[in-house]
Design a protein. Structure first.
Length: 345
């Protein structure tokens, strides 16, 4: 608003100065005889000079409004482009009404982000293929963490169930107590299955990502209460990308088991527009993403693994409607994939 007012009065001052200079050039130096008609002649009781001043003010207002709208449109356009920079398939549109300096800066930033993304992918792939010792240490640490969770969650629920069962002999309201015990035991089973899901091997062991996910889903369908609908496509991914995407899928399914209370889950692994897309969607309870992001170990794990392989991710959840976890990663061209395989060999 301050910029608009400043622009308005600057334009008004310039137009007044220009009009005054034009009148001086036509009528000469101002004197009462020559310039008298400006305030002596009236139109609808408004002096002719006042009409000129009012017209110049309106013209200044229109020009200032046009400049402000143009500036806001360019700012909004630049903001949209900056937000799109993190997308793997970002390309600067050729027909963009932006200053050359801003276009150049956006192009350089996009190139830098793409370079950093490829660097992260390469480093992650090298670590996945070369650092078996680190992977084993992570497996041990993960199992220790799961052992603590198993003790803190499942054992406590089973203890509560045993206490209720022992009270049944002394309580006449056996039906209500049994229902409560049933809920506790069912939740304990879900917790146990989620924890066992984490205990699966980190690596795919010579299986493709699609094969590993299909095996995981078939195993889960025999043990869980909800239906899993899935679509899996084979695609060329590096070992690091496959391992990280597999663990992301495990983490998302584990969260669904433990918290969602869903009746349907959909898992997609598809290739679209040179992107590999992994999406896990459920119709469960949902949660507040912003409130849980900083405290949920599972969400942090998904975010960290996505960043490590240079892909973009989003987690969308609506309370009482469900949750979507989606990861997108650029697919390498066949030549690049062959070169990287030859170099690793």
């Amino acid at each position: 608003m301050i910029a608009f007012i400043s622009r308005l009065f600057t334009l008004f001052f310039i137009l007044i100065s220009a009009a005054f200079g034009l009148l001086v050039a036509i009528w000469g130096n101002p004197d009462e005889k020559t310039w008298g008609p400006l305030w002596q002649q009236h139109y609808d009781d408004i002096p002719f000079g006042g009409i000129i001043i009012l017209s110049l003010f309106v013209l200044s207002l229109l020009i200032a409004s046009w400049i402000s709208m143009t500036a806001r449109a360019r700012e909004a356009q630049a903001t949209r482009l900056v937000k799109q920079l993190i997308e793997p398939d970002f390309e600067l549109p050729k027909k963009q009404a932006l200053p050359k300096s801003l276009k150049k800066a956006i192009a350089q930033t996009s190139e830098l982000i793409d370079t950093q993304r490829k660097s992260l992918q390469r480093l992650s792939n090298e670590r996945a293929e070369a650092n078996d010792k680190i992977i084993q240490e992570r497996i041990i640490a993960e199992r220790q963490r799961l052992a603590r969770e198993l003790h803190d969650s499942v054992s406590q629920q089973l203890f509560a169930a045993s206490m209720l069962l022992s009270a049944l002999t002394e309580n006449d309201e056996n039906a209500a107590s049994l229902k409560q015990v049933e809920k506790i035991v069912q939740q304990a089973q879900l917790e146990m299955r989620a924890l066992l899901l984490h205990l699966r091997p980190v690596a795919l062991h010579n299986k493709t990502l699609a094969q590993g996910l299909e095996e995981l889903i078939i195993e889960l369908q025999q043990k869980v209460y909800f239906h899993i609908d899935y679509e899996l496509e084979e695609m060329a991914l590096t070992k690091a990308e496959e391992d990280h995407l597999f663990r992301i899928a495990q983490e998302a399914l584990s969260n669904t088991l433990r918290h969602a209370k869903a009746s349907e889950v959909e898992l997609l692994l598809v290739a679209r527009d040179d992107l590999a897309i992994l999406r896990i969607q459920d119709n469960g309870l949902g949660f507040d993403v912003e409130a849980d992001k900083s405290t949920s170990y599972g969400l942090q794990n998904i975010a960290e693994r996505a960043v490590e392989i240079g892909c973009t991710y989003k987690i969308v959840s609506v309370p009482d409607e469900g949750t979507i976890v989606e990861v997108k990663i650029p697919l390498q061209k066949e030549e690049e994939h062959d070169d990287s395989s030859a170099n690793s060999g």
